[in-house]
Design a protein around this ligand. Sequence first.
Ligand SMILES: Nc1nc2c(ncn2[C@@H]2O[C@H](COP(=O)(O)OP(=O)(O)OP(=O)(O)O)[C@@H](O)[C@H]2O)c(=O)[nH]1
Ligand SMILES: [Zn+2]
Length: 211
Amino acid sequence: MEKPKLSRVLAHSHYAASFEAESEEEIYDAPKEALVRSMLTEIGEDPEREGLRRTPLRVAKAMDFLTSGYGLSAEEIIKGAVFEENVKEMVVVRDIEFYSLCEHHLLPFFGHAHVGYLPNGKVVGLSKIARVVDVFARRLQVQERLANQVADALMEHLGAHGVAVVMEASHTCMMMRGVQKQRSSTVTSAMRGTFEEDPRTRAEFMSFIRG
Ligand SMILES: Nc1nc2c(ncn2[C@@H]2O[C@H](COP(=O)(O)OP(=O)(O)OP(=O)(O)O)[C@@H](O)[C@H]2O)c(=O)[nH]1
Ligand SMILES: [Zn+2]
């Protein structure tokens, strides 16, 4: 069948790609899409109405992205970017935004992570710290475990004297439903090595993330 004129004109544009996808019966992941279609039916919707026809495909893609951390390894991310540097002072990356899914309701919780470490002759590329947060955030989580996993991965693969992680988040399962508290936020922390053992090191980290 001849393609619509518009898609020929815009053959190489992003718009053309989405235009063509819209016009075809694209299957991305049949079992996941079938589950989403069933859910739409179960909540009383019509999965065949125009606005919902591509929703199963979109949800399947979104879920794959939101859980893509299962397919990633913090070790690989860190190990490829560690370099020797004679730095003795604390390194802190603060306000790393993250989005995760609570494992109880599959609803988002989101906020900021603050990560610090005390180098032991080696430092890591700063972006990798944010990537490690995403590796664990893009899984089904509870906030406490998320902080622990980030801290443990950095401690293990960076060989640091210590690692500190503080996460502040809002849980939509407590906002949109359930107890419906809009303004509460949850703070969790994970301290390893010197941050756990030495109150002054921990206090220095806390003063950095407050600043
Ligand atoms: N510790 C922890 N709890 C979480 C997290 N995300 C969600 N929860 C809680 O998990 C619990 C699940 O219990 P349920 O009683 O099944 O859920 P709920 O309907 O939200 O709870 P109520 O509103 O108290 O009735 C709730 O207390 C949630 O607030 C998290 O990251 N960490
Ligand atoms: Zn929840």
